[in-house]
Design a protein around this ligand. Structure first.
Ligand SMILES: Nc1ncnc2c1ncn2[C@@H]1O[C@H](COP(=O)(O)OP(=O)(O)OP(=O)(O)O)[C@@H](O)[C@H]1O
Ligand SMILES: [Mg+2]
Length: 415
């Protein structure tokens, strides 16, 4: 019997295997859905030591669990990193920076943690992230990798060609990962991201040396293979591969599928029968329709869509994100003793509307904010006033479209 985990349950990780403190059964497959509710995870690195005893005693006291005298040690392999991680805290931290993609963040953290912890290569999953530009795909992965201290590389897929042809071969990505990790074993648990993978689909007007053959070269790597490098042999079976693409063709395929206007491999009878056909999320068949080979798609377990930024989301990003460029700029101005006076809601709403129109995702917000404060900064920095001067800067929503629309006044000293 495996205990169902609740918010306050703790779980032991014994050298990459997750063990129920109650019955000592391995948990990995159960863990995925509940991992973010778990208060604490302690890595014991497979060794029965003082720390383990202490933790075990804590479990006995707190949860009335039977004392474990003989903990199950899944693997005796030495793991140098003694990690104590809290997935829930990591999720909270990242979702306070990348706004409006909560489910996406949860899912990716769970998959990466599970991939990283398991010793079972069958359990490892590869991920496909799909969505338009500037909506947090790269940022999310970078943040997760940083928090979990996992080495990663982001590769632009466009430069790859079939092995033996001019251009990089996909194995070069693995070598880069080793360089990044500075350790072969660490690299074997790392993350390789192939960005713009949709450039590698069969679109008819390019040689398949640069397109579908690259998918072929990736097949073995995704599944797990030994790659011989001059630093040593690296096995890819535990590396998390993340494929990223805007994949407009997949959006079209999904739309056709949902509106019933396309065949997409389903007969009419099947259409009525299958839930898959009406699944609003992306399904593997959508990627196949978009030009990916079915063998390739078959090696991807999770297709995760990132939401496009609408106006409400843009407003939240500007106001709430811990990496909000708007808030950063306001606090920078404060350092120059400039107090910005505005109707904040109106200004923020105006930035948000314009950013959505630009169609470059969250990058649009940055573009607008940088431009709208440009003149204010230069006026304040290149001024002959003494450093003691205090300013009041009055702006309204018009500055979003015309950065000369501001009033900068010296503030009267209050004596
Ligand atoms: N949801 C979000 N909340 C807050 N900031 C965000 C969000 N999405 C993106 N950003 C910010 O916008 C910038 C671009 O994001 P990112 O690089 O993750 O885009 P992307 O989805 O990878 O786009 P592309 O497909 O063009 O590579 C980053 O500076 C990031 O911090
Ligand atoms: Mg990106």
């Amino acid at each position: 019997m495996v205990k169902i985990l609740t918010g306050s349950t703790k779980v032991l990780i014994l050298n990459n295997g997750l063990v129920c403190p109650d019955c000592q059964n391995e948990l990995s497959s159960y863990f995925i859905n509940t991992i973010l509710d778990v208060a604490d995870i302690i890595s014991m690195n497979g060794y029965y030591n003082d720390e383990f005893d202490e933790y075990n005693q804590e479990l006995v006291n707190e949860f009335n669990m039977p004392k474990m005298n003989n903990p199950k040690v899944i693997s005796q392999e030495k793991n140098k990193v003694k990690a104590k991680i809290n997935p829930y805290k990591i999720y909270k931290k990242i979702s306070s920076k990348v706004i409006g993609q909560d489910e996406q963040i949860k899912n990716i953290i769970s998959i990466i943690i599970r991939n990283n912890m398991t010793d079972n290569a069958y359990v490892k999953s590869n991920i496909f992230l799909i969505g338009g530009t500037g909506n947090g795909k790269s940022e999310t992965i970078k943040q997760i990798a940083k928090e979990l201290d996992i080495p990663y590389v982001i590769e632009d897929s466009s430069k790859y060609t079939q092995e033996g042809y001019v251009g990089d071969s996909v194995q070069d990505a693995v070598i880069k990962l080793i360089n990044e990790a500075k350790d072969l074993k660490r690299a074997e648990r790392g993350i390789i991201i192939f960005d713009e993978i949709d450039k590698k689909t069969d679109n008819g007007d390019r040689s398949n040396v640069a397109t579908t053959s690259v998918q072929d070269s990736l097949l073995k790597m995704l599944e797990g293979t030994n790659i011989h490098t001059n630093i040593g042999t690296i096995n890819t079976e535990h590396i998390t591969f993340i494929l990223i693409g805007a994949c407009e063709a997949a959006f079209t395929a999904r739309k056709k599928r949902l509106t019933g206007k396309g065949k997409i491999g389903f007969s009419n009878i099947e259409k009525n029968k299958t839930n898959e056909y009406s699944n609003p999320n992306f399904i593997p068949q959508d990627l196949v329709e978009a030009g990916f080979k079915s063998e390739f798609v078959g090696r991807i377990d999770y297709i995760q869509e990132f939401k496009p930024m609408d106006k409400d989301m843009a407003i939240r990003i500007i106001n709430e994100s811990k990496i909000s460029i708007f808030n950063f700029y306001l606090s920078e101005l404060k350092k120059y003793k400039v107090n910005v006076v505005m109707n904040r809601d109106e200004v923020v709403e105006s930035i948000a509307s314009r950013a959505v129109q630009l169609g470059t995702g969250v990058r649009g917000i940055r573009q607008i904010v940088v431009e709208m404060f440009k003149n204010i900064f230069s006026k304040v920095i290149i001024s002959d006033a003494s450093a003691q001067e205090e300013y009041e800067c009055i702006i309204d929503k018009d500055i979003v479209y015309d950065n000369s629309k501001f009033k900068l006044c010296k503030r009267k000293r209050q004596n």
